[in-house]
Design a protein around this ligand. Sequence first.
Ligand SMILES: Nc1ncnc2c1ncn2[C@@H]1O[C@H](COP(=O)(O)OP(=O)(O)OP(=O)(O)O)[C@@H](O)[C@H]1O
Length: 251
Amino acid sequence: MNIRQLSTGYGKTPVISGLDLPDLPRGKITVLLGPNGCGKSTLLRALAGLNPARGEVSLEGENLMTLPFAQRAKRVVFLPQSLPQGVHLHVLESVIVAQRASGGEASIDDAMRVLARLGIEHLAMHYLDRLSGGQKQLVGLAQSLVRKPRLLLLDEPLSALDLNHQFQVMEQVARETRERNIITLIVVHDINIALRHGDHIVMLKAGKLVASGAPERAITEQTLAEVYGVRGRVERCSQGRPHVLLDGVLV
Ligand SMILES: Nc1ncnc2c1ncn2[C@@H]1O[C@H](COP(=O)(O)OP(=O)(O)OP(=O)(O)O)[C@@H](O)[C@H]1O
């Protein structure tokens, strides 16, 4: 997927101006990193067609920016940081509604399979508005995966999850991404999750691209300093995996 000269913002206030991103690979997870307020959610919303934007976003040979919204919504799924409040549906119903929103056939079997893959089939008949924050986040992910997008945009899908679920969700997202050969762009704040589970990294600061590429190429002492203003080291743990250790903040 190519993003060329993308500009977006709110009213007359630009957040991103003329952003070019290197090709986002299919079948891989791209992790979008950057400090609070740098424009990550705004970028995801613009790619999903939820924020007005200019530029070119080509996905599998089509320019998303000129597709009618309904066509775009069949190809692109965006999971926001939190689900809408006050939706009085069962979890299973909500997953089936999501399935139909992308033009798919309603299939209880498919919906239950997605819930099972995320380890939440026991919640199928629970009401959405009575779930914990983390449970809601898992249901939001189930709603996204069941829609079988070509481009999956996940905005901090791990923020309310315990360690076990964070790991399981990243493994599941990686599996779906690989098996369906889709493009997944995911915002996380945990740099070590990005290093461990990301295939590709994009680092933004104030709406501008600072670094991109393989995790160990993009996440370095220099980019950690430039993007986050921290002193950090990338070291190898006893199993040989890269890991960021923070020594402090730059003043
Ligand atoms: N609805 C809105 N109206 C006006 N400005 C907004 C709106 N949403 C976000 N902004 C502004 O746009 C800029 C980028 O916000 P955005 O939510 O994209 O950042 P982010 O990188 O996702 O941050 P975080 O890591 O804190 O979630 C910020 O300056 C923010 O104040």
